[in-house]
Design a protein around this ligand. Structure first.
Ligand code: S3P
Length: 746
C-alpha cells in the first residue's frame, strides 16, 4: 500500500543508504526518512540486532546485511561507521558499481578519511563529499536515534578541489533538511579547529583524571574534588574506544595543538616557579575574557534558537512623563582614550567610571591582544598595567573592533608606528565606513597601510616604518582624525601639527596632558613632538553627555517632566546638544559645576518645555555631532520648522543618520525632508509604527525616546547595538518612566 503523506515535500532522491546504524547514522537516517526527501532509506549494519531495531523503530525502511546488495541503485550513501573502519569500507565500496551515487561520511577527523578516499575511489572521488556533524549525545546505538539530533548543530562539509558541485549541493541540502547549520571548510582547517577545541580538551581530561587516579590507587583523593574538578573532567566520561580512534585518525593536528599547549603550560609553570604574578594575571585576565566571549556566543546561539532570528526589537509604548535622578554610563570617547594612553604609559593607571559598552571593550580587548595586562572592568573600575610607548607586542591575529569607528581610527595612528603588522577588522557597519581620512595622512607620514576598496576596512597596517612628523589641515571637523594623527605624532620624527576647520572634542589633548605629555594648543591648531613618555595616572570618566542627550530630549518633550542627570561631562566641545535644546526653548540648567581629572563636569537639570523649531547654527554641528538623531526627535515635537545644514558627516556615522532618521520619522508620520548635508523637519504629531535601527545604537535610542510623544506604539527593529554605548539604556528608561522594553519582555 502506498502511504499518502500530506504536507511533505516531493522526494529529491530515490534511495539513501546509511552504512553504520549507530547514534549518528541512525539519527541521519531517521531524520531524512521523516523529511520525505528520500523515496527509500536503507540501513546496513554488521550487527543483526541493530538492523532489526532500526526497522522496528522506523529509523529505516529496510535493512541489508550485505553492503553490495544495499548499494545497488543508491543515490546517496552515508558512511557512518567508526572512523578507523572508514578506510576498509571505502576500499570495499571501490569494488562495487556505484553508478552516480554520492558518497558522504560523518567522521570526526577529515584528513585520514580523505587520504583513504583518494587512494580507494579514483574516478569516483568527485562524488565523495566529506562531512562532520558536530553533534552527539551521552547515549549511543541505533535505539538512541533522534530525528532532530542535528537541529541547530553545526555540520562541517570539507569538499575537495575535485568535488563535484552538484554532489556537494545535494549533501548540503540533506543536512539542511535536518535543520543543521551547514558550513564548508578546508580539510586541514577542520582538523586543526577540531584538534584544538575538541580533541585537546578530551586528551587533557582523560590525562588529568588518569594521572591523579594512578597516584592515588585507592581513588580516595576524589572524595575532596569539588565543582571545578567535576566541570573540567566531565568529558573524561566519554567513550574510550571512540576517542582512541579519533586520536589515531587526527594524529598530526592533535600533535601540533598539543605541542603549542605544552609550551604555554611550561610558560605558566615558569611563571609559578618565578613568582611572576604579572604573567599569571595576564594569562588569567585574557582567558577569562575569552571564556566570557565564548559563553556569549553560546548564549546568542540559544537566543537565536528561541527567536529564530537575530533581530532585537524594542517595543516603545506611547506617552509618559520623565522624572527622577540618574547617572548615565561613562563617556565613550574618554573610555577609549583611557585604555589607549593607560596602556602606553609607564606605570599602573586606575580608571573609574569606565563605560562597559561593547565599543570601549573592543579597545580594551585590542590592547590585551597586544600584551597589555588589564584588570577589570568591574563596576567601571579598570586597572591598566602600562607597557610604555614601545612595549606593545604583536597580536595573535586580526584585531576585531566590532562596531567601533573610534577604536579603528585612533588605533590606526599608533599602530602605524609599531614594529609589527596588524589587521583591523569590524562588523558590517564598520566595514562600510571611510578609513582613508586617517590612512591618507598617515601614509604622508610614511605609514604603510592597505585597505579594502574605497578605503574601507579591513585595514592592514605594516609595521617597521619610521614615521615623520606632518603638518596637516583636516578637510573635515573630525576628532577621530585629529586624535589619530596626534597619537601617530607620539612616534614621528619632529613636530606633528594638526589644524581643524572647526572645534571638535579635545579629550585626546586633555588626557595626553593628564599623562604628563606636553601638547601645544593654539586656536584651531594642536601640536606635539615625539620623544616624551606617558606617566600613569588616575582617570575618573564622567557620565557621557551623548548618552545623557536621550534623557535631555526625553524630559524636554514630555510635559510635566523633571529629571536630574548626575556627573555629566560638559567639556565645551561636547555641549552643543544643551545649546541647541535651549535655543529651541528647552529648560536645561547646569548645577554643581566642577572639574574632575581635567574634564569639566556638572549635574544637569532638565524640565519639560514647549520647544520651537530653529535654524541650527552651523558652528554647533561638530559640538553635537552624535546627538542629532535624538535632536531630530526634539525637532519633530517642536512647533514649526527646524533646519539643519553643514552636517554631511552624519551620512558616514554608524549608519547614514540623515537618511535613516528621515525614513523612520516619515514612517511615523512626521513631515521631513533630507538634504545632502542636513534635514528639514516640520514639528507635528508623531504616530506609531515600525522603524529600523539599522544597527546604529543612537537611532534605536532616539526612536525609543520619540514614544513619549507618539500616539501609538513604536516597534524598533535591529536594536542589539544599543549595547555598544549604553548597555543599561532600557533599565534607565524604565527607572525614569520611558515605556520601552525588548519585545516580549515587558
Ligand atoms: C569621536 C569623534 C566623533 C564622534 C564619535 C566619537 C571620538 O567622530 O562622532 O562618536 O571619540 O573622537 P568623528 O571624528 O568622525 O566626527
Amino acid at each position: 500500500m502506498v502511504e499518502v503523506v500530506v504536507n511533505k515535500p516531493e522526494p529529491i532522491i530515490g534511495r539513501l543508504v546509511v552504512v553504520g546504524l549507530g547514534l549518528i547514522g541512525g539519527s541521519f537516517a531517521k531524520g531524512l526518512r521523516e523529511s520525505g526527501l528520500c523515496r527509500e532509506v536503507v540501513g546496513v549494519d554488521l550487527d543483526p540486532q541493530s538492523r532489526k531495531l532500526a526497522v522496528e523503530l522506523g529509523v529505516v525502511d529496510r535493512c541489508e546485511e550485505d553492503l553490495a546488495a544495499a548499494c545497488v541503485g543508491a543515490d546517496v550513501i552515508q558512511l557512518a561507521v567508526p572512523i578507523l573502519a572508514m578506510e576498509k569500507l571505502l576500499a570495499r565500496l571501490a569494488g562495487l558499481d556505484l553508478g552516480q551515487a554520492v558518497l558522504t561520511d560523518v567522521g570526526s577527523a577529515k584528513g585520514n578519511v580523505v587520504r583513504a578516499a583518494r587512494q580507494a575511489l579514483a574516478a569516483h572521488l568527485p562524488r565523495f563529499v566529506p562531512g562532520h556533524p558536530i553533534a552527539g549525545s551521552e547515549q549511543s546505538g541505533v535505539e538512541a536515534s533522534n530525528a532532530s539530533l542535528f537541529r541547530r548543530h553545526k555540520v562541517i562539509l570539507t569538499p575537495l578541489a575535485e568535488t563535484d558541485p552538484t554532489a556537494l549541493a545535494l549533501v548540503d541540502q540533506l543536512w539542511r533538511a535536518l535543520e543543521a547549520d551547514v558550513e564548508h571548510m578546508q580539510v586541514e582547517r577542520h582538523d586543526e579547529v577540531l584538534a584544538a577545541t575538541s580533541h585537546l580538551p578530551h586528551l587533557l581530561a582523560f590525562g588529568l583524571v588518569d594521572s591523579l587516579a594512578k597516584r592515588n590507587e585507592n581513588l580516595d583523593i576524589f572524595r575532596y574534588a569539588a565543582g571545578g574538578f567535576r566541570d573540567f573532567t566531565r568529558i573524561a566520561g566519554s567513550d574510550p574506544v571512540m576517542w582512541h580512534d579519533i586520536f589515531l585518525a587526527n594524529r598530526e593536528a592533535v600533535l601540533r595543538t598539543l605541542d603549542t599547549f605544552r609550551s604555554d603550560l611550561d610558560a605558566l609553570r615558569d611563571a609559578v616557579d618565578a613568582g611572576d604574578g604579572h604573567q599569571l594575571l595576564g594569562v588569567f585576565t585574557r582567558a577569562r575574557v575569552a571564556r566570557e566571549h565564548f559563553s556569549k556566543i553560546l548564549a546568542r546561539r540559544a537566543y537565536v534558537d528561541a527567536m529564530n532570528s537575530n533581530d532585537l526589537i524594542f517595543l516603545a509604548n506611547p506617552g509618559g512623563r520623565v522624572s527622577g535622578r540618574i547617572r548615565v554610563p561613562g563617556d565613550k570617547s574618554i573610555s577609549h582614550r583611557s585604555i589607549m594612553l593607560g596602556s602606553l604609559a609607564e606605570g599602573t593607571t586606575e580608571v573609574e567610571g569606565f563605560l562597559e559598552g561593547e565599543d570601549a571593550l573592543a579597545t580594551l580587548q585590542a590592547f590585551r591582544d597586544m600584551g597589555v595586562v588589564i584588570e577589570g572592568p568591574h563596576h567601571g573600575r579598570v586597572t591598566i598595567h602600562g607597557v610604555g610607548l614601545n612595549g606593545l607586542k604583536p597580536p595573535p591575529g586580526p584585531i576585531y573592533l566590532g562596531n567601533s569607528g573610534t577604536s579603528m581610527r585612533l588605533l590606526s595612528g599608533l599602530l602605524a608606528a609599531q614594529s609589527f603588522d596588524t589587521v583591523l577588522t569590524g562588523d558590517a557597519s564598520l566595514s562600510k565606513r571611510p578609513m582613508n581620512r586617517v590612512a591618507n595622512p598617515l601614509r604622508e607620514m610614511g605609514a604603510v597601510i592597505e585597505t579594502a576598496a574605497e578605503g574601507r576596512p579591513p585595514m592592514t597596517i605594516r609595521g617597521g616604518h619610521t614615521l615623520k612628523a606632518l603638518t596637516y589641515t583636516l578637510p573635515m571637523a573630525s576628532a577621530q582624525v585629529k586624535s589619530c594623527l596626534l597619537l601617530a605624532g607620539l612616534y614621528a620624527q619632529g613636530k606633528t601639527t594638526v589644524t581643524e576647520p572647526a572645534p571638535t572634542r579635545d579629550h585626546t589633548e586633555r588626557m595626553l596632558r593628564g599623562f604628563g605629555y606636553s601638547v601645544n594648543v593654539e586656536g584651531p591648531t594642536a601640536s606635539l613632538e615625539s620623544g616624551g613618555k606617558l606617566s600613569a595616572t588616575h582617570i575618573e570618566v564622567p557620565a557621557d553627555i551623548s548618552s545623557a542627550a536621550f534623557f535631555l530630549v526625553a524630559a524636554s518633550i514630555a510635559e510635566g517632566s523633571e529629571l536630574l542627570l548626575e556627573h555629566v561631562g560638559i567639556n565645551p566641545t561636547r555641549t552643543g546638544v544643551i545649546d541647541i535644546l535651549n535655543l529651541m526653548g528647552g529648560n536645561i540648567t547646569l548645577e554643581n559645576q566642577r572639574e574632575v581629572g581635567g574634564e569639566p563636569v556638572a549635574d544637569l537639570r532638565v524640565r519639560g518645555a514647549k520647544l520651537k523649531g530653529i535654524e541650527i547654527p552651523e558652528h554647533l554641528v561638530p559640538l553635537a555631532i552624535d546627538e542629532f538623531p535624538v535632536l531630530f526627535v526634539a525637532a519633530a515635537c517642536a512647533e514649526g520648522r527646524t533646519v539643519l545644514r553643514g552636517a554631511e558627516e552624519l551620512r558616514v556615522k554608524e549608519s547614514d543618520r540623515i537618511q535613516v532618521m528621515a525614513d523612520g520619522l516619515l514612517a511615523l508620520g512626521v513631515k521631513c525632508e533630507p538634504t545632502p548635508d542636513g534635514i528639514i523637519i516640520d514639528g507635528g504629531v508623531i504616530g506609531g509604527g515600525e522603524v529600523h535601527g539599522h544597527g546604529d545604537h543612537r537611532i534605536s535610542m532616539a526612536f525609543s525616546v520619540a514614544s513619549l510623544r507618539a500616539t501609538a506604539p513604536i516597534r524598533i527593529h535591529d536594536c542589539a547595538n544599543v549595547a555598544t554605548s549604553f548597555p543599561n539604556f532600557l533599565a534607565l528608561c524604565a527607572e525614569v518612566g520611558i515605556r520601552v522594553a525588548e519585545e516580549g519582555k515587558s
